[in-house]
Design a protein around this ligand. Structure first.
Ligand SMILES: Cc1cc2nc3c(=O)[nH]c(=O)nc-3n(C[C@H](O)[C@H](O)[C@H](O)COP(=O)(O)OP(=O)(O)OC[C@H]3O[C@@H](n4cnc5c(N)ncnc54)[C@H](O)[C@@H]3O)c2cc1C
Length: 330
């Protein structure tokens, strides 16, 4: 029986576990339609809760590849390891969570296996006569495209964050997962890219923030971004920005929210002077509550916002900063 293989990395970070569970939920749904077996391939280290996660996702077979080079995310080694893994067993589809590593690795694995690859996927369905219909975001997230990929060769799919809701199964109905260590031979692999210096990504991450206050082009001038930072601080949250502010050099790229920036899922997302372009909304539409401030009552952001303020965001931000400091919100 060919396997649907879900490939993830895990550490104790909740968002990685959630991404893995979303990919596993998708794998399980595809398997329900094709009758294939689901195998979960975990690269590198894993938390103690690995077995529990597998159980609540209904996965009976967990494979692990532990190797110094794979643990260190060296891309040539990871491609070789995955190619060896897939040639040793029949694989119908490989599902990655889309992230920095899978962007590098997934297309190369597809080339090695003579398979197909679809990035930016948001859903996968089985189609009659074998093969899969893979739905993907296109044109910066504005459009959905369905690719019909033929049966007979492995399909490689990279799943966008927040596109599949995690569903659990009744763990009592699932046998204790069997965890298998898979040996790979990476002795001959020489990395062709050498990392000279890595950016230091210390401190809290926008992706984990409970409150995000973001500013857009409506702020007018760079100095006004300070109000966004002040309000974020006063509310105990983090400051975000739309892409034009990053492109203009006003704000560090680590603060960009959106398709080509960070995907946030806060309790509160406050968008000041942001129009609500699809590419921006990709990064904040999972927020529980969106509040928008915009001078244009027709701005697209108001279609997504629970609360909207039609007005000058600079004035409103000043008021909010003042009110937050008076009330002592933290
Ligand atoms: C492939 C691709 C990837 C992209 N990735 C991203 C991404 O990751 N993140 C991202 O943000 N964008 C991204 N973009 C760009 C995106 O399409 C938009 O151009 C961008 O989000 C617009 O930013 P903005 O809302 O700040 O500016 P604008 O679209 O110019 O909107 C400014 C808004 O401010 C309002 N306004 C003006 N003055 C005031 C005022 N005084 N007070 C209140 N409101 C005011 C206006 O009515 C308007 O709605 C991407 C585009 C492409 C093609």
């Amino acid at each position: 029986m060919p396997a649907i293989v879900v490939i993830t990395r895990l550490d104790t970070r909740d968002d990685l576990i959630e991404e893995a569970e979303a990919a596993l939920t998708l794998g399980r749904n595809v398997a329900a339609a094709t009758g294939d077996e689901v195998r979960w391939l975990v690269l590198g280290t894993a938390p103690d809760s690995l077995g529990e996660i597998a159980k609540r996702q209904g996965v009976a077979s967990v494979d692990r590849i532990r190797h110094e080079k794979v643990d260190s995310c060296l891309p040539d080694a990871v491609v070789e390891a995955l190619a060896q893994y897939c040639t040793a067993r029949p694989v119908s589809i490989l599902i990655f969570s889309q992230n920095f590593e899978s962007r590098l690795v997934a297309p190369r694995v597809a080339a090695r296996l003579d398979g197909s690859v679809v990035m930016n996927a948001v859903d996968v369905g089985a189609c009659d006569g074998g093969g899969f219909d893979v739905t993907a975001a296109a044109y910066g997230g504005d459009t959905r495209v369905v690719y019909r990929v033929a049966a007979g060769r492995p399909s490689i799919v990279a799943l966008l964050a927040n596109s599949v809701s995690v569903q659990e199964v009744d763990p009592s109905a699932v046998p204790q997962p069997v965890v298998t260590e898979v040996a790979v031979d990476l002795g001959e692999v020489t990395e062709r890219v050498r990392v000279v210096e890595a950016a230091q990504a210390g401190g809290p991450r926008l992706e984990d923030a409970e409150i995000v206050v973001s500013g857009g082009r409506g702020l007018g001038v760079q100095e006004n971004y300070m109000l966004v930072e002040q309000l974020a601080k006063a509310l105990g949250g983090m400051a975000g920005a739309s892409r034009p502010l990053v492109d203009s050099g006003w704000v560090d790229p680590a603060h960009q929210v959106g398709l080509t920036g960070r995907i946030t899922r806060p309790r509160l997302y406050l968008a000041a002077g942001i129009s609500g372009a699809t590419q921006h909304m990709v990064g904040c539409s999972a927020a529980k509550t969106i509040v928008a401030i915009n001078t244009d009552p027709q701005a697209a952001i108001f279609r997504h916002a629970r609360y909207g303020i039609v007005g000058d965001c600079v004035e409103v931000l000043q008021e909010l900063v003042r009110a937050a400091s008076e009330v002592g919100v933290q």
